[in-house]
Design a protein around this ligand. Structure first.
Ligand code: HEM
Length: 504
């Protein structure tokens, strides 16, 4: 029998078939992966379309919800980590209008860059909307902090806080304290300083004084260091298992609470023993009719110190940055302060009337607040279905009121993206500023420290320009996430000018 012709491949060992087999398997698995990818993309696209149509039918503002779960959070963070975060808002406002739907930090959110909508929401605090801070912030602040209080208790404690930071408190004693503490801090400056760090020391010292009457020292410096860790935790994942930063923040929060509790207990003892009552916030809280517990006082203080540590010093630093970049404004500011100093001896404190005469300084402060937007906006949650300007915001939905979007809108301010303090002198603000300028928020939750912040920044600028000249030589980038700051804390090299700055 004739042997069948040998298969041309028969001499090949089975192993030599492996490359072919693997190509076939790869091709098969590749097409399987491609198919799986195609199916999941189609499913995601279908889901997005379904969600979008459902939201449009619900009467929500137009917009995009981005990817499932993460929404547009990554785009927002990416934009805010650069020097120019504006495109994030600009692109959406151009496409959808100044109120649009998005999805941020795990929740669908209505984003408003519209002054009228922002005002409506702020004014309806407690009626149609409530505060909705991320869990990481509200947990670290504590359940008795002002931001978590509601109703009549909030109203009472808000006006209590204001009474310690308003014009009459300032005239009464705060102005002198601020002047003294600013001089004290500036007194130690020589050559290179990190301005952001130094400003934080100053404002922290002022707040500690206002709360407890303590002057700066080792105790307040240690407390400040713990505070730094608490604030770092604000914008981390709010679960100790997932974030080392958050774990450190909780630990630091505990230390802060222990330190403050010890002070409260000591003060209660002193008062029992008949010591003279002090005029600080602690004394007023202890003497309150309905008696606050130690825990309540601690939470209340933690929130106030947070503001002192973050917002005011950022504006102090950025005012100097903008002035350094705008020599004409710096020259005009110097002139204003040199006139005031010329009427006083070196050691004489600034008075309320001096502050009131700093008119150009107020233009600089306003313009820094407008351009820097240290609080870029606030979150609220709808307590019921709400209709605004023809759109519906469903009950339980988050709303982000973007102050930044309004402050940098060319329809509200001419040449809105440029630092121009003179705009506050003339009528070049397009719309009435009170309607479009809300760096301190508005409604029942308006910042109770707004006057104090303005005074502290003005007093600081006074002593800085009358006592020092400075240069900023290092490149330093501004970023807006997690907070507004310059990456290197704005280092400057200072040189003392003749006279001025004798600390009292
Ligand atoms: C430039 C400095 C400051 C800016 C830009 C600023 C801005 C703001 C804004 C926008 C809010 C409203 C938050 C919201 O509506 O949810 C607020 C609330 C608050 N601020 Fe300020 N703030 C500054 C300085 C201060 C200072 C020095 C204090 C100290 C007394 C302070 C204490 C508070 C407190 C306790 C709240 C919560 C009010 C509430 O929920 O009722 N702030 N701040």
């Amino acid at each position: 029998m004739q042997k069948p012709p040998a298969c041309p491949l028969s001499h090949l060992h089975i192993y030599s078939l492996y490359p072919f087999l693997s190509i076939i398997i790869m091709a098969f698995s590749f097409s399987f992966t491609a198919l799986a990818l195609l199916i999941s993309s189609l499913a995601a696209a279908f889901l997005l379309l379904f969600r979008r149509t459902r939201y449009l039918r619900m009467g929500l503002p137009p917009g995009s919800l981005g990817f499932p779960l993460i929404g547009e959070t990554l785009q927002l963070i990416k934009a805010y980590k650069t020097e120019d975060p504006e495109p994030f808002i600009d692109e959406r406002v151009t496409r959808y209008g100044s109120v649009f739907t998005t999805h941020l930090f795990g929740e669908p959110t209505v984003f408003s860059a519209d002054a009228e909508t922002n005002r409506f929401v702020l004014q309806n605090e407690g009626k149609l909307f409530e505060c909705a801070y991320p869990a990481s912030i509200s947990n670290l602040m504590g359940k008795h902090s002002l931001i978590r209080m509601e109703g009549s208790l909030h109203k009472r404690m808000h006006s209590f806080t204001m009474s310690f930071a308003n014009a009459s408190a300032m005239k009464d004693h705060l102005m002198v304290d601020i002047d003294r503490l600013v001089r004290f801090n500036l007194g130690s400056w020589s050559s290179r300083v990190l301005l952001m760090e130094e400003s934080k020391k100053m404002t922290f010292d002022v707040a500690v004084k206002q709360l407890t009457s303590f002057d700066p020292g080792e105790w307040s410096e240690n407390l400040r260091k713990e505070y730094h860790l608490v604030i770092e935790g604000f914008f981390s994942l709010s679960h100790p298992l997932f974030s080392t930063t958050y774990r450190k923040a909780i630990k630091a929060r505990r230390k802060v609470a222990e330190a403050l509790t010890a002070v409260i207990m000591e003060r209660r003892e002193e008062e029992k023993e008949g010591a003279e009552r002090k005029t600080d916030m602690l004394a007023a809280l202890i003497a309150a009719d309905d008696g606050f517990s130690d825990e309540e006082i601690v939470d209340f203080f933690v929130a106030i110190l947070v503001d002192a540590y973050e917002t005011t010093p950022t504006i102090m630093t950025l005012a100097v940055k903008f002035l350094t970049e705008t020599p004409l404004a710096l020259a005009q500011l110097k002139e204003e302060h040199e006139k005031i100093r010329a009427m006083k001896s070196d050691s004489e404190s600034l008075e309320w009337s001096d502050y009131k005469s700093m008119t150009f300084t107020q233009c600089v402060v306003n313009e820094t607040l407008r351009v820097a937007n240290v609080i870029g906006g606030v979150f609220r949650r709808a307590m019921t279905d709400v209709e605004i300007n023809g759109y519906k915001i469903p009950k339980g939905w988050k709303v982000f009121l973007s102050f930044r979007g309004v402050h940098l809108d060319p329809n509200n301010f001419n040449d809105a993206r440029t630092f121009n303090p003179w705009r506050w002198q003339s009528n070049s603000v397009t719309t009435s500023p009170s309607k479009v300028f809300t760096p301190f928020g508005g409604g029942p939750r308006i910042c109770p420290g707004y006057e104090l912040a303005r005074v502290a920044i003005s007093v600081f600028l006074h002593h800085l320009v009358t006592s020092f000249s400075w240069v900023h030589e290092e490149k330093d980038k501004m970023v807006f996430f997690p907070t507004t700051r310059t990456q290197k804390r704005y280092p400057i090299t200072v040189k003392r000018r003749g006279g001025g700055l004798s600390s009292t």
